[in-house]
Design a protein around this ligand. Structure first.
Ligand SMILES: NC(=O)c1ccc[n+]([C@@H]2O[C@H](COP(=O)([O-])OP(=O)(O)OC[C@H]3O[C@@H](n4cnc5c(N)ncnc54)[C@H](OP(=O)(O)O)[C@@H]3O)[C@@H](O)[C@H]2O)c1
Length: 242
């Protein structure tokens, strides 16, 4: 089968392209660096022409109030191009519990992306993942100040990007779910504790101060973990750190 992987040069997209091609499929990565822009629409019709499956792994450049406009415009353009091209399966990657955190612009933007896909004309699949292990350093940097990092005790279920890519590859190569699949890492940590484990592993002497008001995850209070029956990814955080 032919796959157009939009955002196929990013953290997850590049691994999905690699996985699909290694499995004997024909996957082509597209992004601004290959001349495709999901916001202006430049190069989109050519990118999806002849594809059986579109996998959209683009991301908004910011997580703030500009993010809903990114997902609205990108999905409008991509759905129109994919429909015109006769694409039979459209896959996106969202966030477990995205609908539980209406306070965050970025989570609202991801729900908007899901809703646009589900309301559109193309059979679809939504993979929802918990927070990527690769994202934890960025989370720590947001509230770092001198010798301290302030973090709330919000529950986090980190998953390795390679496990996310494996799940997206699996779903993309299957029949459309016309629904959602949740995936998460094998362990749940309080974010402040995860920060301590991470700094300690790196020999970083900064102190994590528990602060229920600190950073984007302070408002994440709803159900943002996979349920207990979900299939959990294999990579443990300690092994990933090593
Ligand atoms: N971080 C998490 O913990 C987490 C959890 C669950 C789900 N997700 C979702 O996972 C998805 C993929 O994330 P990621 O970390 O792999 O993203 P990433 O590494 O930032 O990659 C984003 C990709 O999108 C492309 N892109 C950005 N703007 C574009 C545009 N205007 N036109 C065309 N391509 C564009 C980028 O390439 P160019 O810059 O060359 O265009 C790149 O290939 C996101 O949708 C995110 O919401 C993330």
């Amino acid at each position: 089968m032919k796959f157009a992987v939009i955002g196929g040069t990013g953290l997850i997209g590049s691994q999905v392209v690699k996985n699909l091609n290694a499995a004997g499929q024909e996957a082509v990565p597209h992004s601004q660096s290959t001349g495709v822009d999901v916001i202006s629409g430049q190069g989109l019709e050519e990118a999806v022409a002849g594809a059986d499956v579109v996998v959209n792994l683009t991301n908004s450049p910011t997580f703030d109030e500009a993010s809903p406009a990114f997902f609205q415009a990108s999905m409008d353009n991509l759905l129109a191009a994919a429909h015109k091209g006769g694409v039979g399966h459209f896959v996106i990657l969202s966030i477990v519990g995205a609908d539980q955190v209406a306070e965050l612009d970025y989570y609202r933007a991801k729900v908007l992306q899901e809703d646009l896909l589900a309301a559109g004309p193309i059979p679809y699949s939504i993979v929802r993942a918990t927070q990527f292990m690769e994202f934890i350093d960025a989370v720590l940097s947001w509230t770092a100040d001198g010798d301290t990092v302030r973090l709330p005790a919000t529950p986090i279920q980190p998953i390795a990007a390679k496990d996310v890519a494996a799940a997206v590859t699996d779903v993309a190569a299957g029949t459309p779910l016309n629904g959602m699949r949740n995936i998460g890492g094998p362990e749940v940590f309080a974010l402040d504790e995860l920060g301590r484990i991470t700094l300690s592993h790196k020999g970083d002497s900064r102190t994590v101060v528990t602060d229920p008001t600190a950073g984007m995850f302070a408002v994440v209070k709803g159900d943002v973990l996979t349920d207990k029956d979900a299939h959990l990814a294999p990579t443990h955080y300690a092994d990933w750190l090593s």
